[in-house]
Design a protein around this ligand. Structure first.
Ligand SMILES: C[S@@+](CC[C@H](N)C(=O)[O-])C[C@H]1O[C@@H](n2cnc3c(N)ncnc32)[C@H](O)[C@@H]1O
Ligand SMILES: [Zn+2]
Length: 284
């Protein structure tokens, strides 16, 4: 049976057990540290005043962009390789878009925003409310690009994973700025490899998700926005017709081609994926 999240938590300052005081406080009898509880959720760090919580969007294996669908399939496959009793932490879980994948698993989720779907609120880059070596797997889906101090976060994840534990990551590369202003970076494979090494991980998989049709569609939107929209009326009219034809051709190509390809980025000379699907293994 799934353990209560409170049984996994320790004092971020001294790693001793935390006691629940009443319904709204966690207290460390060893060093006096305190965390609050909000609607039954432990809150370890302040919610940044500037953050903009976003609305839940319906997503799933067959819903959302091709990138999101590839994320779903990838995570689903990776989770199947974990032992049935594996302890799993989803970091930056948001509205829990992938929670269905973890049914019947020892799955816990956290975010810096107190979304109804998460088990606890914490900026894991700052504060670690778990014992060293607690988890068998940590999931980090589309979070790294939103964390300014990404190295601190990955290092702390390294601490709470067991030796041999997995860090399952998806992170975009050719994706437009989103959730502004909390979108800080896009990474090359070299950055990701170094990030992993420095935090004590071996890179097990560093795959790219390649989707040329998706990129063509994005570029077509940009063409209209930046190159055609301000032209004189006649040019705009003619260009609209051509864009319409190109759109049809892209749709036709879509029916003839694979829906995105997954390949090790090392297999490409100049990889240009929509994003990366990564598995890291905590060194023993
Ligand atoms: C783009 S959303 C991804 C949500 C979810 N993982 C998904 O793929 O649907 C990024 C999430 O990371 C959270 N986040 C940002 N910085 C964080 C941090 N330091 N610790 C925990 N969560 C963080 C944000 O609040 C947001 O919910
Ligand atoms: Zn303490």
């Amino acid at each position: 049976m799934k353990k209560d999240i409170l049984s996994l938590l320790v004092c971020p300052r001294c790693q001793q057990k935390l006691a629940l005081v009443g319904a709204d406080k966690l207290h460390c009898n060893n060093c006096g540290y305190e965390a609050s509880m909000l609607n039954g959720k432990p809150i370890f760090t302040d919610v940044p005043a500037t953050i903009q919580p976003w609305e839940k969007v319906e997503r799933g294996p067959d819903k959302g962009t091709t990138w999101r669908r590839s994320n779903w399939r990838f995570l689903n496959d990776e989770v199947k390789t974990l032992a049935p009793e594996a302890l799993i932490l989803d970091v930056g879980a948001g509205h829990g878009d992938f929670a269905d994948i973890f049914e019947e698993k020892n799955y816990y989720s956290l975010d810096i925003v107190p979304y109804a779907e998460v088990d606890l609120v914490c900026d894991l880059g700052q504060t670690i409310p778990f014992k060293t070596g607690t988890f068998d797997a940590v999931v980090l889906m589309n979070v790294l690009e939103h964390v300014y101090e990404n190295r601190g976060l990955v290092q702390n994840i390294g601490k709470i994973l067991k030796p041999g534990g997995k860090l399952i990551i998806t992170v975009p590369f050719l994706l437009k700025v989103h959730q502004a202003p909390f979108d800080f970076s896009r990474y090359t494979p070299y950055y990701l490899s170094q990030l992993a090494q420095e935090a004590g991980f071996n890179v097990e998989k560093l795959n790219g998700y390649y989707d040329t049709l998706y990129l063509l569609n994005e570029s077509l939107g940009n063409l209209w926005l930046y190159s055609i929209g301000s032209r004189p009326a006649v040019q705009r009219f003619l260009a609209k017709g051509l864009v319409f034809i190109i759109q049809r051709l892209i749709n036709g190509l879509g029916k003839l081609s694979e829906k995105g390809a997954i390949r090790p980025v090392s297999a490409e000379k100049n990889p240009a994926p929509v994003g990366y699907l990564v598995v890291l293994e905590k060194k023993a």
